[in-house]
Design a protein around this ligand. Sequence first.
Ligand SMILES: O=C(O)CCC(=O)C(=O)O
Length: 374
Amino acid sequence: MFTLCFLYDMLPFEIISAYTYVWPVHHRATLRHDEFSDMEIPVIDLSCLQTGDPTAMNALVSEIRAACLEWGFFQVINHGVPLELISRVQKQAVDFFSLPLEEKNKVAKGPGKSTGYGFATLSDKKPWSEGFFFADDPSVDDFSRTLWPQGNNPDFADSYREYDASVKALALKLMHVVIAGLEVDDTTHFDQYLTKCSALFRWNYYPPCPEPEKTVGFTAHTDYNLLTVLHQGEIGGLQVEKDGQWIAIRPREGAFAINVGDTLQALTNGKYKSVPHRAVVNRSDARISLAYYFAPTKSIPIYPHPELVQAHEKGAPLYRPFTFEEFTSAKIVQALNTLDQFQFGGLCLWNPVEFCSLNCGSDWSELLGFFLRI
Ligand SMILES: O=C(O)CCC(=O)C(=O)O
């Protein structure tokens, strides 16, 4: 197991020279950014989310269910997020990352903070990328004033807020479709995760690299949240693991790549899998990707839907309940297989009748008490 300051824990940039971009061979990608194969993740047309046509909606539920079961990843087109808005946010990201380092450092993500500029580290290794995080907090306005003291770039914060609203609405609609595809009789268990949701938005910048084969853009990881809505940009770089093989995802104009996160894997008791993915870099082209992590709120207990527990071949919950905050802390030190830390070890004697009687309004202590007894 390796550790990774996955959430771009802030490190002072003065000590950047102590870090190396050259990664151990087993972490490097052998597949180039443009080595696309015939295998493609499903591309799903979301037009019916706008029209609400019931026949098309049923077909969409089946398509997304199949994509989640088979891949844990798919692309969506006609998703309703204005392409002009995506371009505007991309332009803001390009302008930001083009600033001199000392300017970017003025908005560095401080310890324990969720908004700001930073980079990910793996022990003494650094990825060939930079990042900027936006959390649901007002510091984005402060950062805008710091970067542009004359107040001449209101679009920095405005385009973020518009994007946040538009992509959150899309993520919520997608969650409803994903849930419909789980084929459970009672879906109310999921309401608590959708009514109290949160999101983190990150710009990833991958500059051209003289030796792309020796480094990584974004090391292999699974996402920690419910669903991620990723705009890949026009340049290839995203790669997804499928049955132990890496596949380069061909970018599609205007499309979003959607993937299942660890939290959704836990809620579905492993039915939908959170799949490892990574970003590779190239010699000639800078690349920007926009990653939107749709998530529950921090304190909410994450535990599987009882019907999916019963339907599982083991007939038992795979993971102990945890709060989203607890899981986020675990993710900071383990980018892959993070859910393994939350698995029930040994024999799990659980009582399905009692478990099913815990409704989604049950309080955390009742739930924890139940799991401690099993
Ligand atoms: O930039 C990419 O294509 C992948 C980014 C990613 O996986 C992430 O931000 O979690």
